[in-house]
Design a protein around this ligand. Sequence first.
Ligand SMILES: [Zn+2]
Length: 139
Amino acid sequence: MQDLAQRPGAIRAYYEGLAAGTFLGSACGACGRVSFPPTACCEHCGSWDVRPRQLSGRATLLFASHNIAPACHPRFAALAPYVYGHLRLEEGPIVQAIVLGVLATPEDLQRLFDRGPVPARAEVLRMDDLPVLAFRIAA
Ligand SMILES: [Zn+2]
């Protein structure tokens, strides 16, 4: 087994990547699949043979809703009201993230649903305490 203490923390690398404007997952050397967020072992097959992989940032918005509850963390209060959604990354994993480019109103969400699956691109929100992944839908 590899010396895990010598491995850089996958989540630390993820946040350092976001701060630098890159979007990291982990790619498995055994099964070839991508995990997101990056992990120390593959979430698909359990192999420890994983390496950081820069992801394209391209995704498809599958579902979206407005946040009717208070923001889940104080860092998001300044963004509220915002849209939150599930997106399938081009590399396969499904992520939950803030969705930019649509207003958090029933009318705008209805127009979004009428469009069907919508292409989106990763974008970094630079909060006071850490960078946060979001996705901006195509116009
Ligand atoms: Zn694997």
